[in-house]
Design a protein around this ligand. Structure first.
Ligand SMILES: [Zn+2]
Length: 428
């Protein structure tokens, strides 16, 4: 495949955008360059995408989401995390595999259509999520929502079966997931971490999200949640922590020294009144901080452009410093850092990296002028997910002209709406 005439942002943190071309061979980036492609590159291509009037970026990576939570968006509103969790856990405990399937289709559809090519999905019925991710074409790391205090949650045996049946390098992979320190026992966490290490995968959990839960861990153990993870021996390179709102300097240093990463979910933290994650300080301490939407009920939109803007503005506003988190750094957090956290060779448009790409149409007022000098800040602060036109995952076009190519988008939307109404008991 050859993509030509694009305004290319190859490595957001370091490189200047340019007008040029990208050659994809199989599922990898083969070459790229400014201006017109050389004759041999054009002659060799079996498919050419003329990207005139479009921006080409590495696909966005959503580092923490829940594919089971898209059915009842807009319910359980106006609550802090503790009663909110009770409400969503009640719903999750009654979810059927068919409802989980509809929700996963809707979640991944919304993500792909807004330029997200890879997701870390902590989900209740992981086998179903895996099947749906495979069908719709998104790259996914499935982190089952394990917790031995919740009878409906998947068990480690199921996680192990999924790990055993995942081929190395597969587009849809499995990690070990745990809900959090207070819903999974210490022994289970240690067992889960051992399983992750045995299979060479990561461990994903919610951590230090609200003051209440952080203090709960401290009251039980005498340690902060991050210190407790260290105490249990489960803080390692590959431990990926969602939220990290209530992490102090010592926690941040500990995370950095162990190579643990964070998923910053600004919408969920603001909406549930949990607080504001010290993203700039964590990055300064050496922690990899990726960006994420969290679930639909905590956001309420799965749009990584929106997340980038919130992350950028929050960091500046909290510190009274507009020089913090420059647009290139924010776009890199949503691409290269996310990919690195998920352990996938994507997130930059360089030869050899996975061909996970998004094309954004600029023929709209809010993206003008689209020139190399302004394009990065305008992507972070002006673009919307609905500006995405084409999405390529693993070298395959999965969204074209704003429509999903591998599945019936209208049918997914109709079922999504029907099941959501049924669950909210609104009738047809
Ligand atoms: Zn979450």
């Amino acid at each position: 495949m050859l993509i030509r005439n694009a305004l290319v942002i190859a490595r957001p943190a370091t490189d200047k955008p340019f007008f040029g071309w990208v050659r994809v061979r199989g599922n990898r980036i083969a070459a790229l360059g400014e201006g017109e492609p050389p004759a041999e590159v054009s002659a060799d291509a079996t498919r050419v995408i003329d990207a005139k009037g479009r921006i080409l970026i590495p696909g966005l990576v959503n580092a923490h989401a829940h594919s089971h939570s898209s059915l009842t968006r807009g319910s359980a509103e106006g609550m802090t995390l503790e009663p909110w969790l009770k409400a969503v856990i009640r719903e999750q405990s009654q979810l059927t595999p068919e409802q989980a399937r509809v929700s996963a289709y809707a979640t991944y559809a919304e993500m792909l259509l807004s330029g997200t090519t890879a997701v870390m999905d902590m989900c209740v019925i992981p086998e179903v999520a895996r099947e749906v991710a495979e069908a719709i074409g998104i790259r996914a790391v499935i982190a089952p929502y394990v917790a031995d205090t919740m009878s409906f949650a998947p068990t480690l045996d199921r996680v192990e079966a999924m790990l055993a049946s995942t081929a190395r390098g597969a587009r849809v992979r499995t990690w070990v997931g745990m809900h959090d320190l207070e819903s999974a026992s210490d022994a289970l966490l240690q067992e889960g971490a051992a399983l992750a290490r045995e299979h060479g995968v990561g461990l994903h959990l919610h951590c230090s999200e609200s003051k209440f839960w952080t203090e709960k861990t401290r009251a039980r153990t005498g340690r902060s949640p991050v210190e407790q993870l260290e105490h249990l021996g489960v803080l390692f390179e590959g431990t990926h922590l969602a939220h990290c709102v209530w992490v102090n300097d010592a926690d941040q240093r500990l995370m950095a020294s162990r190579g643990a990463s964070a998923a910053h979910c600004p919408h969920a933290n603001l909406k549930l009144g949990s607080g504001i994650s010290p993203v700039v300080a964590m990055r300064k301490a050496g922690v990899l901080v990726a960006l994420a939407t969290d679930g639909s009920k905590a956001n309420n939109r799965l749009d990584m452009f929106d997340v980038m803007k919130f992350a950028s503005l929050l960091a500046k506003g909290v510190a009274h410093d507009p020089t913090l988190l420059q647009p290139g750094e924010v776009l890199a957090m949503a691409t290269a850092t996310g990919a690195s956290v998920l352990g996938i060779a994507a997130g930059e448009i360089v030869p050899g990296s996975l061909a996970d790409l998004s094309l954004i149409a600029v023929d709209r007022f809010h993206l003008q002028p689209a020139v190399p000098e302004t394009v990065v800040t305008n992507l972070v602060h002006a673009a919307r997910g609905s500006d995405v036109d084409t999405v390529i995952v693993d070298g395959r076009v999965v969204v074209e002209n704003g429509r999903l190519t591998l599945v019936d988008q209208d049918e997914i939307l109709a079922r999504h709406s029907a099941v959501g109404r049924e669950l909210l008991k609104l009738g047809k």
